[in-house]
Design a protein around this ligand. Structure first.
Ligand code: HEC
Length: 143
C-alpha cells in the first residue's frame, strides 16, 4: 500500500470512529436527560437544592429570623415573607437588612407590629442571611 493510501485508510477509519462516537454521545445524552425530564414540573428538586455556600446563611436565618419570617422566608403570623416582591433588591437593598437587624423596623408595610432589633447577629451574619434570602428570591423569580 502506498503511503498516501495508508493515510486515506487511517483518515476514513478515524472518521467512522468519530461518527459512531457522536451516535454514542447522542444516546448517552438521551438517557442522561430522561431522569430530569421525569421530575420537570414538580419543582421539588430545585426547592431542596440550597447551594452549599449558602448553608451557613440558611442556619443563621433559621436561628434568628425564621420564627417571624418563616421557613425559607415564607412568612408567619409574627412577620412578613421576605421572599416577596416588596423586598426585591431595588426596593429593599442589602443595607436595609443590616439596618433591620441592627435597629429593628417600625411597622410600615404590614400589620405585624414592629420588628425588634436582633441581638447576637453580626454584620457578617446578616450579610450571609441576606445572600440566602436573595437566592430564595431569585428561585421565586424576584430579582
Ligand atoms: C420578632 C419577629 C421578627 C424577627 C425575629 C425578625 N423580624 Fe424582620 N421584620 C419583622 C416584621 C414584623 C417586619 C415588618 C415591618 C413592617 O411592617 O414593615 C420585618 C421587616 C423586616 C425587613 C424589611 C425592612 C424594611 O426596611 O422594610 C427586613 C429586611 C427584615 N425584617 C429582616 C430580618 C432579618 C434579617 C432577621 C433576622 C436577623 C429578622 N428580620 C428577624 C419581624 C421580625
Amino acid at each position: 500500500m502506498s503511503e498516501r493510501a495508508r493515510r486515506e485508510v487511517a483518515a476514513s477509519s478515524s472518521g467512522a470512529w468519530k461518527a459512531s462516537a457522536r451516535a454514542g454521545l447522542a444516546v448517552w445524552l438521551l438517557v442522561a436527560g430522561l431522569p430530569s425530564a421525569c421530575t420537570d414540573g414538580s419543582g421539588t428538586q430545585d426547592a431542596a437544592a440550597i447551594p452549599p455556600e449558602l448553608r451557613v446563611g440558611e442556619a443563621k436565618f433559621k436561628a434568628n429570623c425564621a420564627r417571624c419570617h418563616g421557613e425559607r422566608g415564607a412568612g408567619t403570623d409574627h412577620g412578613p415573607p421576605l421572599v416577596h416582591r416588596i423586598y426585591e433588591p431595588d426596593h429593599h437593598p442589602d443595607i436595609t437588612f443590616q439596618r433591620a437587624a441592627a435597629n429593628g423596623v417600625r411597622a410600615h408595610h404590614w400589620n405585624f407590629g414592629n420588628m425588634p432589633k436582633i441581638d447576637g447577629v453580626t454584620p457578617e451574619d446578616v450579610d450571609q442571611i441576606t445572600r440566602y434570602i436573595r437566592w430564595l428570591q431569585r428561585q421565586a423569580g424576584i430579582n
